[in-house]
Design a protein around this ligand. Structure first.
Ligand code: C2E
Ligand code: MG
Ligand code: MG
Length: 629
């Protein structure tokens, strides 16, 4: 060990009261390039240490003022000096208490007289140890520092990990929420209700005394809201609707939006069917107040299909299927209806489905036919036109009546291609008759139109094209629309009606008397003819219950006032369903303009209908020639 280590000169404090020793040691050590300071007693030594800290102290035990042990103890008890290695020096004749020396903190001792080499070796040794200690301390503190830094880094990393995990958790929860909820209303969606449905099913499977019920609710004619007011308005209504539903349901019920205008309500416990009826009544009540949009109040009703949860159900999809079937049935009954599922509905639903598939094929395979029923003037007895009535020539079922398939065609939209075909076919047939019987001037064809056709933006251009292709007059085409369909859509169809009017196309209100419309309102529309519904004609002459006399019953009076009012408003009246001569006579006496019914002819194939025209022509000729009286 050299006193110059890493360019540091070690300083040594030599404490000895014997001056010879002091000089000798100083000299030896100075030669070895140690920086030497000296002290001749304990007090000086302690003061010197306070001024400059030595790297090592050679300390004599026997000092005149305080003993080396005490000096050592004091230095060791002071944190600033306790690390300085102290080597005791003692004369051979002095008794060195080695145990005490070490116990007060000395690191070594040297006996006098000393060997120079030994002194140097022991000093070097201690300095090396000290330097190693310092190095270890330094390394320790560096290590500690590193540990602190790494701990801080770890804490930061841990914190950001925690944050990231929390964010991920949140994102995951959001994702799950999105998957299970409808974004518009924030109600659960079908997936969100799956667990509740499964639980309800398993409760009933475990013989729970409390059954449950599922209500499927579909807004009536909501497409009209969307189409006329826009989807934003539709969305507003759906949001408010979800609130109203939530507020009116019992606390243990859950409500979900399945999409579009369809909602689902799960009644977790019901005491009896009456509970379901009560809830349905509450839902209806909740929908009674109009939905207030900026521009107007909208009234929304709903159709509902109900399924009662029995132990037959093992899967939610079966519940939904049956609720859907019941809802579909409710829809067919009209607006704001509900139906509770019964197993036989299944069969009917399947029949419907088949019918729909078959109907598509009927259009593709040209299985549709038109029959024609004559319409006669009650004043002249002459055929003035025909009503075209569609039939379906089913390859297996035979002739299917329009009552059986027109409603399905309307629901599925198939009425658009069917209606177009009917229009074309009927106009072509009229043209053929006009060519064959040119003397039958003013012959008209009446074609039934569904409201869906009236709402189809292509209808006008299609009619224009048909009129152009066939070359018939607009005035010889008479479109029939039912009173109820027209009244429900009066605002939306008014424009179309005027466009038809500008082409001289005639408009008849079919099944008049069943749709609760007011004649004065109808008069504002370009209507030409009223067709009094056959239910009134059938009952026309039924004896009045109070007087027992025909002619005084309510239907008679209704028909009478309808005809009078219609004439006041310049409308023609056609009586539908005349079967009996008495009915004909009664209608003639009421001044009814036209008639149609089995009394003259059932709807006939084109050829047979044409024969009627031919006969009429022959009769006219015979009349003119005076052959017949
Ligand atoms: P509608 O337009 O009121 O047609 C009159 C219906 O009454 C026809 O039934 C006709 O056969 C029947 N009828 C006529 N005279 C008598 C009678 O004296 N007694 C009885 N009991 N019935 C009589 P059909 O042909 O079964 O048509 C039923 C309904 O189907 C039609 O009622 C019409 O609303 C609809 N329809 C028929 N063809 C078409 C069509 O091409 N398009 C549309 N959208 N609907 C059609
Ligand atoms: Mg008709
Ligand atoms: Mg009718």
């Amino acid at each position: 060990m050299n006193s110059i280590d890493n360019e540091n000169i070690y300083s040594i404090l030599v404490v000895d009261d014997e001056l010879n020793n002091l000089h000798l040691l100083s000299e030896i050590l100075s030669e070895k390039h140690y920086k030497i300071r000296r002290a001749i007693n304990g007090s000086i030594a302690l003061k010197s240490v306070q001024v400059i800290l030595p790297d090592l102290i050679l300390l004599d035990i026997n000092l005149p003022d305080i003993t080396g042990y005490e000096v050592c103890e004091r230095l060791k008890s002071n944190p600033a000096t306790q690390h300085i290695p102290i080597i005791f020096i003692s004369a051979l004749n002095e008794t060195l208490d080695k145990v005490k020396a070490f116990s007060v903190g000395a690191v070594d001792y040297i006996s006098k007289p000393f060997e120079v080499a030994e002194v140097i070796a022991r000093i070097d040794n201690q300095l090396a140890l000290q330097s190693a200690r310092v190095e270890v301390q330094h390394l320790n503190s560096v290590l500690e520092q590193r540990v602190v830094e790494r701990t801080t880094q770890l804490a930061i990393a841990n914190q950001s990990l925690q944050q990231e995990m929390a964010e991920r958790q949140q994102a995951q929860e959001q994702l799950v929420h999105l998957l299970l909820h409808d974004p518009l209303t924030n109600l659960p969606n079908l997936a969100g209700m799956a667990t509740a449905l499964e639980q309800a099913i398993s409760r009933v499977a475990q013989q729970s005394p409390e059954p449950f019920a599922l209500i499927l609710l579909d807004c009536d004619r909501f497409q009209l809201v969307n189409n006329s007011l826009g989807h934003e308005a539709g969305d507003q209504i759906l949001i408010e609707m979800s609130q109203r539903l939530k507020n009116c349901l019992p606390p243990d019920a859950c409500v979900a939006r399945l999409g579009g205008d369809e909602f689902m309500v799960l009644l977790n416990t019901i005491e009896s069917d009456a509970t379901v009826e009560q809830v349905i009544a509450r839902i209806r009540q909740a929908l009674v107040p109009p939905f207030r949009l900026a521009a107007q109040d909208i009234f929304v009703s709903a159709s509902m299909g109900v399924v009662l949860g029995t132990s037959d159900y093992t899967h939610p999809q079966n519940l939904l299927r049956d609720a859907d079937t019941a809802m579909y049935r409710a829809k067919r009954l009209g607006l704001a209806q509900h139906q509770i599922f019964a197993p036989e509905m299944h069969h009917q639903a399947q029949v419907q489905l088949h019918l729909e598939t078959d109907l598509r094929q009927a259009i593709d395979h040209e299985y549709l036919r038109l029959h024609y029923q004559p319409i006669l003037s009650l004043k002249t007895g002459q055929i003035t036109g025909f009503e075209a009535l569609v039939r379906w020539q089913h390859p297996i079922k035979g002739m299917v009546s329009p009552a059986a398939f027109i409603p399905i065609a309307e629901e599925t939209g198939l009425i658009i291609p069917i209606g177009l075909w009917v229009l074309k076919e009927a106009c072509q047939q009229l043209k053929r008759w006009q060519q064959e019987f040119p003397q039958q001037t003013g012959l008209k064809i009446s074609v039934n139109c569904s409201i869906r056709q009236f709402l189809d933006p292509h209808l006008i251009e299609q009619i224009d094209q048909i009129i152009k292709d066939t070359g018939i007059e607009g005035a010889s085409l008479n479109l029939e629309i039912t009173e109820s369909a027209l009244m429900e859509n009066a605002n939306r169809t008014a424009d179309l009606l005027w466009q038809l009017k500008s082409r001289n196309i005639q408009l008849a209100i079919d099944d008049f008397g069943t749709g609760y419309s007011s004649l004065s309102y109808l008069h504002r529309l370009p209507v030409d003819t009223l067709k009094v519904d056959q239910s009134f004609i059938r009952q026309l002459l039924v004896a009045d219950s109070s007087s027992g006399r025909p002619g005084l019953n309510q239907n008679f009076r209704i028909v009478q006032s309808t005809i009078n009012l219609a004439h006041d408003l310049d409308l023609d009246v056609v009586a539908e369903g005349i079967e009996l001569p008495e009915q004909l006579e009664a209608l003639k006496s009421l001044n009814c303009d036209f008639g149609q019914g089995y009394f003259w002819a059932k709807p006939l194939e084109a050829q047979a209908a044409g024969n009627l025209l031919r006969q009429q022509y022959s009769a006219q000729i015979e009349n003119r020639l005076g052959l017949k009286v």
